[in-house]
Design a protein around this ligand. Structure first.
Ligand code: NAD
Ligand code: IPM
Ligand code: MN
Length: 374
């Protein structure tokens, strides 16, 4: 029997609650479709950090590398200031394993209201393709008073970057900076993935989000390379360029006009939360951080600390992320069955608390798992 070794990183807040349900449903699918899942537990998150003063030990990267996929809950905790956990764990894993494709589907489900009314029987079905390793997310930055003199270093699957930055403010003037950066192969490979996805979905158009009017160095480069890649490799697809501010205006008004939306890292983060709201909420938004090596699957939402431990968390986003993981492992039938079970659960009389129903996190997971087994 095929056996997959999966890294489980429940993380913080509602992370452990939703990952437990995602695992339950994935196990139900494994039982039904004749494969095995072996889970390796990784305890990282705020608790580990506060105890050991280390976010992610180097040795963990080797242990993770032995796994075939990672399933993550969320990181972030009010006891830790914003940054160290998100950068030291979540972004560090995306970068270390060069998970350059952040796939964020947004689909509407039965009985889940959408803020923009949809015509009868029309379902919203958009995928945000977010570049996941570059842009202003590089993690390169600093602050200082008077003069900033700083070494710059970053390592990616595609390159290693090293240099020095020297900035002069007025004497005694304090300032801060972040470097946004993109590479030609980095932009070309994400464009390729978006084009292939649009083709596989039978679409004739791909929307590229940009902001080259205001930030021409970075996003002008993005426009140029996405366009060149499109012309060379996807002559059958129309590439539309839309400034991200206009995109945020258009999406709530006419969400059915969109299919695949290709975004640089920062805009992809923002647009995917907007898309999830338009499709029915963060409690349903799944994602995959996909590379040529180890990939990581996680809900789009964060650790939602204010509802942690109350049972109010909706586990469906994590469950749908597990479905993306099963599909990525090659278990397409199992993935389809999990998606269908979520659909059937929502089409029925019950629903999670978050969506106005009565089901707490465990009950929602139990119901979906039972539908998978049926
Ligand atoms: P959030 O996604 O945690 O919460 C936003 C809102 O949605 C909150 O009202 C929350 O209660 C609600 N919500 C989110 N997921 C839900 C679910 N499954 N069921 C029911 N309600 C849900 O975003 P935030 O409040 O900006 O961030 C909280 C922490 O999570 C921060 O530390 C942030 O950095 C971190 N974060 C982590 C990730 C990640 O690990 N991938 C993603 C986003 C935010
Ligand atoms: C996400 C999150 C992360 C991001 C944060 C927590 C660093 O918002 O996964 O969408 O910005 O990528
Ligand atoms: Mn986000």
């Amino acid at each position: 029997m095929t056996k997959y070794l999966i890294a489980s990183l429940p993380g913080d807040g509602i992370g452990p609650e939703v990952v437990a349900e995602a695992r339950k449903v994935a196990e139900a699918a494994a039982g039904k479709f004749g494969f095995e899942l072996e889970w390796r537990e990784f305890p990282f998150g705020a608790g580990y950090y506060l105890e050991h003063n280390v976010v992610l030990p180097n040795s963990a990267l080797d242990d993770l590398a032995e796994c075939q996929a990672m399933l993550l809950g969320a990181v972030g905790d009010p006891r830790v200031k914003p940054g160290p956990l998100e950068h030291g764990l979540l972004l560090a894993l995306r970068f270390h394993f060069d998970q350059y494709l952040n796939l964020r589907p947004a689909q509407s489900f039965p009985n889940v209201p959408t803020p923009t009314p949809l015509p009868e029987r029309q379902r919203l079905n958009v995928v945000v393709v977010r570049e996941n390793t570059e842009d202003i997310y590089m993690g390169l930055g600093g602050r200082g008073r008077g003069v900033i003199d700083q070494e710059i270093a970053a390592k990616r699957g595609l390159y290693e970057l090293a240099g020095h930055l020297s900035l002069r403010f007025l004497p005694d003037q304090e300032g801060a900076f972040s470097l946004g950066l993109m590479s030609r192969p980095g932009v070309a490979r994400i464009t390729r993935r978006a084009g292939e996805l649009a083709r596989a979905r039978g679409e004739n158009k791909l929307q590229v989000a940009t902001k080259s009017n205001a930030v021409p160095h970075l996003y002008g480069f993005w426009d140029e390379i996405t366009r060149a890649t499109a012309q060379a490799e996807f002559p059958d697809l129309e590439f539309g360029y839309v400034n991200v501010d206009a995109l945020c205006y258009l999406l709530p008004r006419q969400p059915l006009d969109f299919g695949v939306i290709l975004c640089p890292n920062l805009f992809g983060d923002i647009v995917s939360d907007l898309m999830s709201a338009l499709a029915g909420g963060l409690g349903l938004a799944a994602s995959g951080n996909i590379g040529d090596g180890l990939s990581m699957f996680e809900p789009v939402h964060g650790s939602a600390p204010t509802i942690a431990g109350t049972g109010q968390a909706n586990p469906l986003a994590a469950i749908l992320s597990a479905a993306l993981m099963l599909d990525h492992l090659g278990e397409a039938e199992a993935a389809r069955a999990v998606n269908q079970a979520v659909y059937d659960y929502l089409a029925g009389p019950a629903k999670p608390l978050e969506l106005g129903g009565q089901d707490k996190v465990i009950t929602a997971g139990d119901r979906v798992a039972a539908l998978v087994r049926d």
